[in-house]
Design a protein around this ligand. Structure first.
Ligand code: AKB
Length: 325
């Protein structure tokens, strides 16, 4: 499969936080008509609709995904559609069915249609409370306590199996929390690190659902897009893992994020009211060792906490601010 090139791309979960920006980045790179966005229930943005083809499909139904792959002569899929950690804990049965059902269907389509390449995101949620939490290694204990994390561990194993057994060139990253300014995330444990910016700009107040001292690994969207596309474009000889790669951007506590935002919004006030998501956050790593991704295919993030905060405040205050910042 390594001699194939990526020309016609399908992005599932295209209305989501990552999908909406990744689709636009791929359209800029490969041409608007070569990147098909697929959503399900959520309304697509005007930008997504006007910048290239858009379709809706329920990916737990293999036939509807297959129809799109044939209609657009797809050779590459970025399969981002999933239920995240917090929503997954409210309905674990649905999280299993959607996350595993859709991944299995997409892997089967990749095998049958001999697709050139497939991207599927894993997550820091593969780790659990017995995993070392500081500089979490690539190879370590994978015993998550969330259904979302369980679908990510099972998904990594399934991806690796399809590579070994059927030669499907599937590639994956263990995304940390992703911070972005275009589309809000939905249903994740790391969502506070995005919501806080919107509330700081609009209301100068935020009630954070994790404790002030909660430290999690995060990444700014431009780095997330760079990591994803770089991995997918890397020469096959440089991609030795087909389960998933650790990748890191930055790590900070909720309190450190508040202090950074206050440099731009001095009257911003954050209160802390931890809910059920605190236990999920406490079971995840605080920082990630991504040295393998750096060594094998040249991963290196561009943004730290200060750069990311400056950029987020600038973008959001243009859109939502009162011109005071
Ligand atoms: C979540 O919080 O569920 C996601 C993730 C870290 O995978 N953002």
């Amino acid at each position: 499969m390594s001699d194939k090139v990526m020309k016609r791309i399908l992005v599932t979960g295209a209305t989501g936080q990552i999908g909406s920006e990744l689709t636009i980045a791929l359209r800029r790179k490969y041409g608007r008509d070569n990147v098909v966005a697929v959503g399900h229930r959520k309304q697509p943005s005007e930008t997504l609709l006007s910048s290239g083809p858009y379709e809706t499909a329920d990916l737990t139904d293999k036939a509807s995904a297959e129809k799109l792959v044939k209609k657009y002569e797809i050779d590459t899929i970025y399969h981002l559609a999933a239920i995240l950690s917090a929503t997954g804990e409210k309905n674990p049965q649905q999280a299993w069915n959607v996350n595993m059902g859709s991944l299995y269907n997409i892997l089967e389509i990749a095998r049958e249609q001999k697709l050139a390449r497939l991207f599927w995101p894993s997550s820091i949620a593969v780790f659990g409370p017995t995993t070392p939490r500081i500089s979490t290694p690539q190879e370590t204990v994978l015993l998550p306590h969330t259904m979302y994390g369980i679908t990510k561990v099972a998904g990594e194993l399934l991806c690796n199996y399809y590579f070994i057994r059927f030669g499907v060139d599937v590639r994956s990253l263990r995304y940390p929390g992703i911070i972005s300014s275009e589309v809000l995330p939905g249903g994740g444990t790391t969502d506070y690190a995005v919501e806080i910016f919107y509330e700081a700009i609009k209301k100068r107040r935020y009630t954070c659902f994790v404790r002030e001292d909660t430290v999690l690994p995060m990444m700014y969207m431009p780095d997330c897009i760079k990591a994803t596309i770089d991995l997918m474009e890397a020469e096959p000889s440089r991609v030795k893992r087909h389960d998933s790669y650790n990748v890191a951007g930055m790590s900070f506590s909720a309190g450190e994020l508040v202090a950074e935002i206050k440099k731009y919004v001095p009257d911003f006030r954050c209160d802390y009211k931890p809910d059920f998501r605190q236990a999920i956050a406490d079971s995840w790593p605080m920082s990630i060792d991504d040295s393998l991704a750096r060594k094998e295919w040249g991963w290196k993030p561009d943004y730290d906490l200060a750069d990311m905060t400056r950029d987020m405040i600038e973008k959001l205050s243009k859109r939502h601010g009162e011109g005071k910042l």
